[in-house]
Design a protein around this ligand. Structure first.
Ligand SMILES: [Zn+2]
Length: 266
């Protein structure tokens, strides 16, 4: 099963997204063989988390098993955790998305605490933007979050984003049980993916594309055509997501899809 753990829908205010619709994203997923995509809505990230989260849930409901919803945790919303607590067990919800850089609140700020506790208590993963040297989301700060919340599954989005931070992010993930790496980003090449798996272990690295913001074809290609061992590639492409999401990810839609894709590669 191939799971894109890091996707978006809609259009952000400050970047151009040519294809903002769920229909396009799913058409593209069908074309390249991605079974399910976890999305946060740009309305939730850029404008109004409550409204955008509802939009993401509606889309996940409309496309069960294909789209999962990441609910954006807005640190500026004092009651936001209460609203999200009521939504966490809605079918199709995968977990929480935090974007400390968009919200200009460091991930170690206490305003994130209630969201992180909520995620740990409900055993839902948290996908964070992770950006090397950012005052808000440096991977070392995300590792500290994971250290403070032992039960939490925390994904470092973009594995730190900048090339000079990738090895350090992988070392942090190797050292901290709850900390995982997500590999979306144009600077994270196939070669970097292979190094990350070598440092952190294949069970700590998850496939993500940042589609519709980035092109999912490129994101998938760098994993499919990598020199990873087949067992490791399967973990990265979907095995880890299946393990971390558990019942939140419905069973495999098309069992032969991954084998087809990997077969065609050879
Ligand atoms: Zn993103």
């Amino acid at each position: 099963m191939i799971v894109d753990i890091h996707g978006h829908l809609g259009s952000p205010g400050d970047f151009f997204v040519p294809e903002p619709s769920a229909q396009w994203l799913l058409r593209m997923a069908d074309r390249v063989g991605i079974d399910a995509i976890g999305v946060s809505h740009f309305v939730a990230l850029n404008l109004d988390a409550r409204r955008g989260n509802t939009m993401a849930i509606d889309l996940a409901t409309q496309y069960p098993g294909r789209l999962g919803a990441w609910l954006v945790a807005n640190p500026h919303d004092r009651d936001g955790d209460r609203v999200i607590a009521d939504q966490l067990d809605v079918p199709g919800v995968w977990g929480l998305k935090v974007h400390p850089d968009f919200h200009s609140v460091p991930v170690l700020d206490r305003r994130y605490e209630r969201y992180l506790r909520l995620a740990a208590d409900h055993s839902v993963p948290v996908l964070s933007h992770g950006q090397t040297r950012s005052d808000y989301s440096d991977p070392a700060d995300l590792a500290e979050v994971a250290r403070r919340h032992p039960g939490l599954t925390l994904l470092v989005g973009h594995a730190g984003l900048w090339t000079d931070g990738f090895a350090r992010a992988a070392e942090l993930a190797a050292a901290q049980p709850g900390l995982h790496l997500e590999i979306a980003g144009s600077r994270l090449t196939t070669r970097w993916l292979e190094r990350m798996v070598a440092i952190a272990g294949a069970d700590k690295v998850l496939f993500g594309t940042d589609a519709n913001f980035l092109d999912p074809r490129v994101g998938l290609g760098k994993v499919v055509h990598s020199r990873l061992a087949d067992a490791d590639r399967e973990l990265v492409l979907g095995g880890n997501a299946v393990r971390l999401l558990g019942r939140r990810l419905p069973p495999h839609r098309q069992p032969s899809r991954e084998q087809d894709l990997l077969g065609r590669r050879g």
